[in-house]
Design a protein around this ligand. Structure first.
Ligand SMILES: [Zn+2]
Length: 249
């Protein structure tokens, strides 16, 4: 008798699982598809004056986040599929009328619908796993039934965001600082970009921007990473140009 393995998230998948999912998601025999390098697609772009809290390396004022829309984006710890470009906006001389597109994508849900960002600074507080255990216990007693809304309304803002605290862990526990270490220099990464499952839900509806209509989409980018969990990119504090660490949580 075989015991089925429960799949809580892509972190649990074996290489065989991933190959099979890629094959199914692709819908074709991959060997029939055009080879060669794929262009990365734009995911987010930030100017320093709009998001001054981001760790722009000296001399840069533009951050472009790019990825290759295949599930490699969700590789625990990171892969070449996710890349950061820290640039100086004034040196961008020629802007292409249309971004290069890959000939095919491995995961539709990783292709964002273009959106204009209206950056807004908000105050948030650490998720439970980032709190001192004694304080987390006191908050737990105070908000025992969840009605006071520490998790949904007071702590980490849901949705897409730059900077801030680490998102709550849902399908597994936090791996602590060790899972956030930079592959180049071992510094512990800090939250850079959060790709949230939804901008708000029933528990976190108080985060809905007042400018948004009550029936506005909670998923304007239509991106769904990690089976509907939250994908977070962590930047190296020693040098943000090092490859980001990616965590599905
Ligand atoms: Zn580093």
């Amino acid at each position: 008798m075989r015991t089925p393995r429960r799949l809580y998230g892509r972190d649990d998948w074996t290489a065989e699982d991933r190959a099979e999912v890629s094959r199914i998601a692709c819908g074709h025999d991959a060997s029939m598809l055009p080879g060669g390098p794929h262009p990365l697609i734009p995911v987010a772009q930030f100017y320093a004056p709009d998001v001054p809290g981001l760790p722009f390396p000296e001399g840069t004022d533009l951050l472009q986040v790019l990825w290759c829309p295949f599930i490699d984006v969700e590789d625990q710890g990171g892969s070449d599929a996710v890349q950061l470009r820290w640039r100086r906006a004034g040196e961008v001389a020629e802007v292409l009328a249309a971004a290069p597109e890959p000939l095919y994508v491995g995961a539709d849900e990783l292709v964002p619908v273009p959106c204009v960002l209206h950056a807004e600074q908000v105050v948030e507080y650490p998720a439970e796993h980032d709190l001192d255990p004694a304080l987390a216990g006191r908050i737990g007693s105070w908000d025992e039934d969840g009605d006071r809304g520490y998790r949904g309304a007071l702590s980490v803002a849901p949705g897409w965001k730059a900077g801030g605290w680490a998102a709550p862990f849902t399908f597994r526990d936090s791996g602590g600082p060790d899972e956030l270490r930079c592959a180049r220099c071992s510094a512990v990464g800090e939250p850079l970009l959060t790709v949230g499952a939804a901008e708000w839900d029933a528990e976190s509806v108080s985060w809905r921007p007042v400018e948004e209509a009550h029936d506005a989409s909670t998923t304007p980018t239509e991106v769904s990473a990690g089976l509907g969990y939250t994908l977070q990119l962590y930047a190296c504090p020693a040098d943000p140009r090092h490859p980001p660490v990616t965590v599905t949580q």
